[in-house]
Design a protein around this ligand. Structure first.
Ligand code: DGY
Length: 327
């Protein structure tokens, strides 16, 4: 009996994941270390039974239709699945999985790292000598910022990663944790002491405003002028969720004018962000290149989980981590 065919869209997928699939399937791996262009995906997906893809791959209606009726399962090695046309998958009975949970702690750690770095002016401090800015041995207020101790942390989106951020900031001695989430109350967060507040109150009260929500019609550009205007002048804004939740022109203005004190973001629009983008010129903004889950062990686990889902889908069994399908 012939083996099922699986297309993997990037050669640098951790081999632990690739090997699991190769043990049972005929595998084609896109041979270039870059996001597969849509034309290539359309050509290569024809006749495959499973697709192992990434956030960067446009798995839209054209691609899914080009595959043919034998396509049974799509597994994305990411938590996000906004690049997959779920309506089309549902219509064609294609199972779709993602990789939640395995990267939550890693993303939460990075989020706390950004909170500390932005709050305490780490970037400017770490380049001060190189930039010739360390003039006096010690100065009373130079590079003074705010740490987590006794601060109010506002988490927008109290899902797994939000809760994991909360768990990590509590031992720093934060004063309180506020949260907003469309689904509330969120018991595990409230059991740890988080208080649910409306979005406006969260913006007004928090020293650290942390965006941890999904990108949706409701959250697109939700961090805009109106939101930044409501924040404290000393507020620090953090985003490790999706670039699309922030109006970047408004973020630029808020930071440039001192409306808020600092920000750190791991996600932008577009990605990659061009190095001459105006956001890059801001001294009070730290930008990292969508690496919050970039830990070797985490990426291996993500690849393995995506591979396990491919194999389950090919056997017609329930997936380990299916994405919620549209109603
Ligand atoms: C995801 O998994 O969706 C992240 O954004 C990339 O790790």
């Amino acid at each position: 009996m012939s083996k099922p065919k699986v297309l993997i869209t990037r050669p640098s997928i951790p081999e632990e994941g690739i090997k699991k699939i190769e043990a049972k399937c005929d595998v084609e791996i896109y041979d270039q270390e870059k996001p597969i262009p849509k034309e290539d995906l359309i050509k290569k997906i024809k006749g495959v039974n499973g697709l192992f893809c990434l956030l960067t791959d446009p798995v839209d209606k054209d691609v899914i239709q080009a595959a043919g009726n034998q396509l049974k399962v799509i597994a994305t090695m990411s938590v996000g699945y906004e690049h997959i046309d779920l309506e089309e998958c549902k219509k064609r009975n294609i199972a779709v999985s993602h990789t939640p949970n395995v990267s939550s702690d890693s993303v939460a750690e990075w989020t706390v790292l950004l909170m500390l770095c932005a709050g305490r002016n780490f970037e400017e401090a770490s380049t001060a000598i190189r930039d010739g800015k360390w003039v006096y041995s010690w100065s009373p207020t130079w590079l003074s910022g705010m740490g987590l101790f006794e601060s109010t942390v506002g988490i927008f989106g109290m899902g797994r990663i939000g809760q994991s951020v909360m768990k990590r900031v509590l031992p720093f001695g934060v004063k309180k944790v506020l949260y907003y989430d469309v689904f509330h109350p969120i018991k595990p967060a409230e059991d740890m002491g988080a208080k649910y507040v409306e979005f406006e109150e969260l913006l007004k009260e928090s020293d650290f405003v942390v965006s941890m929500c999904n990108l949706s019609e409701e959250t697109k550009n939700i961090f805009n002028k109106k939101a930044f205007d409501l924040m404290k002048k000393t507020a620090v804004f953090i985003n490790t969720s999706r670039g699309g939740v922030v109006d970047q022109d408004d973020l630029y203005d808020a930071l440039k004018s001192g409306k808020i004190r600092a920000a750190a973001i791991d996600v932008t629009v577009p990605e990659p962000l061009p190095k001459d983008h105006k956001l890059v010129s801001l001294k009070n903004l730290i930008i990292t290149p969508h690496v919050a889950s970039a830990e070797t062990n985490v990426r291996i686990r993500m690849a393995e989980l995506a591979a396990e889902n491919i194999l389950l889908g090919l056997e017609g069994k329930p997936l380990e981590t299916p994405v919620p399908m549209p109603k």
